[in-house]
Design a protein around this ligand. Structure first.
Ligand SMILES: [Zn+2]
Length: 250
């Protein structure tokens, strides 16, 4: 069963609520939907968390967070809640007979998963070849590598010893090799630490992660580098803030 909050941005080409049969909707809001509508085994549910979207796996008795947008009820008194303070997040329900890429159009542009075998040194080198743009900008491009956001791009560049402004064309093969392994390392560490990116970020159990607290450079402008002690710098690249150490990164 599914509950749609008042501000849920749910799309199925149009609106998720409208995509479901009227008899499956009770109340407005909240709408409670029968399992055969929203939970069909062969249909697809897509979620884009964006800035502040969170999925929480909780017991049904847990008090509702005020920014709860969608609730998916399961048989064992548990539920998956979609909480999103800033409402940039999106959710799609794709019927069984429809290809997910035709509705969730962003999927078609997504690059390979950094944890997959396809994310090889050769792949990354090919994606960065002939690109006269800063490496930081390239790393945020989801058609180069999927799932790397601003924070983890800064962290991976620090660990690789590469300045964010470095043009992709200037990267040496060994730098690309190091960057690839640092991207994987940073994402692994973040998942193990509970994933936090923002102070209000919670993991699926509703626990605040702590990756932000151990970041090498992200959000640490003016603070001493954890490796060399020099003050962390901050600049803007393609409209996003970048944090780096001029001593440790070249
Ligand atoms: Zn340093």
């Amino acid at each position: 069963m599914l509950y749609l909050g008042r501000h849920a941005r749910c799309y199925n080409g149009g609106n998720l609520r409208n995509a479901l049969a009227p008899q499956d909707r009770t109340g407005s809001p909240p709408a409670v939907l029968a399992p055969h509508s929203a939970g069909s085994s062969s249909s697809t549910l897509g979620v884009h968390l964006r800035m502040t979207g969170q999925l929480l796996w909780l017991h049904r008795d847990e008090p509702l967070h005020k920014h709860t947008r969608v609730r998916l009820f399961f048989g064992d008194e548990r539920e998956l809640r979609f909480v999103d303070q800033r409402t940039f997040g999106q959710m799609w329900w794709v019927p069984p007979e429809v290809a997910p890429e035709s509705i969730i159009t962003g999927l078609g542009k997504l690059a390979v998963d950094p944890f997959s075998a396809e994310f090889s040194v050769e792949y990354l080198a090919l994606k960065l070849r002939n690109r006269r743009r800063p490496i930081k900008t390239a790393l945020l491009d989801q058609s180069v590598v999927a799932g790397l956001g601003n924070i983890y791009a800064d962290e991976a560049l620090f660990l690789s010893g590469i300045l964010p402004e470095t043009l992709c064309t200037h990267l040496q093969p060994e730098q690309i090799e190091r960057l690839r392994s640092c991207i994987i390392q940073v994402l692994k560490a973040s998942i193990e630490a509970g994933g936090t990116t923002f102070s209000n970020f919670l993991n699926v159990k509703g626990v605040n992660g702590n990756y932000g607290g151990v970041a090498w450079v992200y959000n640490r402008a003016g603070e001493p580098c954890r490796a060399c002690g020099r003050a962390i710098q901050r600049t803007r690249l393609a409209g996003r803030s970048s944090h780096y150490c001029v001593q440790c990164q070249r």
